[in-house]
Design a protein around this ligand. Structure first.
Ligand SMILES: Cc1ncc(COP(=O)(O)O)c(C=O)c1O
Length: 394
């Protein structure tokens, strides 16, 4: 029998400060329209439309067929930790001890683990506004405070050392950034990354860099933040570039001094990342898989180039071309005063789905929407055509 909510047990007070993603209810509405037989153009999805490359699928299945169904060690399958360490050597010429790699169920859990390590009651964490929304919710759930620093196109929607200096206070214990960013797709320049790392070191605070979209950069590859100093953590994942969202495998590159703490936290949080996922991920670095992934990256680049130009022609303002991920954060003030209403109307009238700015922050939220080019070029063209019709009607 359903419990009477008024008399039932009390839910944690901290949860009341946490928000759900607005995009989830929009996605549910879009799915309902799909089910009714409408052709909805999905540009709200933060995951690749491509399925997992076949060699990864085969490796996952093979592990299950061989009876490998038990827990791996808490910090991850040794062979996968080694493969990831080799990846840093090959890709970035950065030497990492495999011991520094902690395998997690997706980078969402990596984020949770690292924030648990960094945040005590009252500690403040700096997050750019706009940013991926789970971060502020997790910080608040841990009893921390979020200091959102508004960024804009002048700094490619990224934090700068100058902004940190301007907003600094003694409660801050960590700075968090993502490059390329969700929702803007923009990257932090190598020089600025180094400046921020040096600044955090001088202040004696942690730096956490989310590099989940590093594999999806369409020009000059940025430097990794791994090994920039002794208090910098990097998180990454097999979800986006590797096309493994549903397998739930991510990782942390941690300074050695914090591994024991992370091990303790991981034991009590998730015990071990999914075993078939970890075996599948081992095949992500094979040359066959890499060929597939690189051709998908070319496809994403072609989609970005098309959509960026098409949205600009329609009157969306971007000012800075996103260099990575699969997102375009566009100023929609030509179309509406409130981006949330704009998103709802466009879905209902034109069956085109994308995400309102309110999911990512405060300052620029009402004037911005996020388009995800996680659908093929043909669909993107239909979406653009429908937006043009909407504009000519207005
Ligand atoms: C910036 C960023 N970090 C982390 C995540 C979490 O991804 P996952 O847990 O699938 O690795 C996402 C997902 O959209 C993201 O955009």
């Amino acid at each position: 029998m359903a419990k009477d909510k008024v008399c039932g047990p009390k839910v944690s007070g901290r949860l009341q400060d946490a928000n759900s993603f607005h995009v989830m209810s929009l996605m549910a509405e879009a799915k309902q329209l799909d089910a009714l037989g409408h052709q909805v153009i999905h540009m709200e999805m933060g995951e690749p439309d491509f399925s997992t490359p076949q060699p990864i699928i085969e490796a996952g299945i093979e592990s299950l067929r061989s009876g490998i169904t038990h827990y791996t060690p808490t910090l991850g399958l040794p062979a996968l930790r080694e493969a990831i360490a080799n990846f840093y050597q090959k890709e970035y010429r950065v030497t990492v001890d495999p011991e520094q790699i902690v395998i997690t169920p997706g980078s969402a859990t990596a984020l949770q683990l690292v924030l648990n390590l960094m945040v005590s009651d009252g500690d403040a964490v700096v997050i750019p506004d706009p940013a991926y929304p789970s971060t502020h919710n997790l910080v608040r759930l841990l009893g921390g405070k979020v200091l959102q620093i508004a960024v804009n196109e002048d700094s490619s929607w990224q934090l700068t050392e100058e902004l940190l200096e301007e907003h600094w206070n003694d409660a801050i214990n960590a700075v968090l950034l993502a490059s390329p960013s969700n929702p803007t797709g923009t990257i932090l320049e190598d020089v600025q990354l180094q400046k921020i790392a040096d600044f955090c070191e001088a202040k004696g605070v942690f730096l956490l860099v989310d590099e989940i979209y590093h594999g999806l950069v369409y020009g000059q590859a940025p430097k990794t933040a791994v090994s920039l100093n002794d208090n910098t953590f990097v998180i990454n994942s097999f979800s986006k570039f590797y096309g493994m969202t549903g397998w739930r495998v991510g990782w942390i590159v941690s300074p050695k001094a914090y591994l024991e703490d992370l091990n303790k936290l991981a034991q009590h949080t998730f015990l071990a990342a999914p075993t078939p996922g970890q075996y599948g991920a081992l095949a992500a670095f094979n040359s066959d898989t890499q060929k597939i992934l690189l051709s998908r990256r070319d496809e994403f680049k072609a989609r970005r180039d098309y959509l960026y130009e098409a949205l600009a022609d329609l009157g969306f303002k971007m000012h800075v071309k996103p260099q990575g991920a699969f997102y375009i954060y566009a100023d929609c003030s030509e179309f509406c005063e409130d981006s949330y209403k704009f998103v709802c109307n466009t879905l209902r009238e034109k069956h085109v789905a994308f995400t309102p700015g309110v999911d990512f922050g405060v300052t620029s939220a009402k004037q911005h929407v996020r388009f995800a080019y996680t659908t093929n070029l043909e669909n993107l063209k239909i979406g653009v055509q429908r937006l043009a019709e909407l504009k000519s009607k207005a």
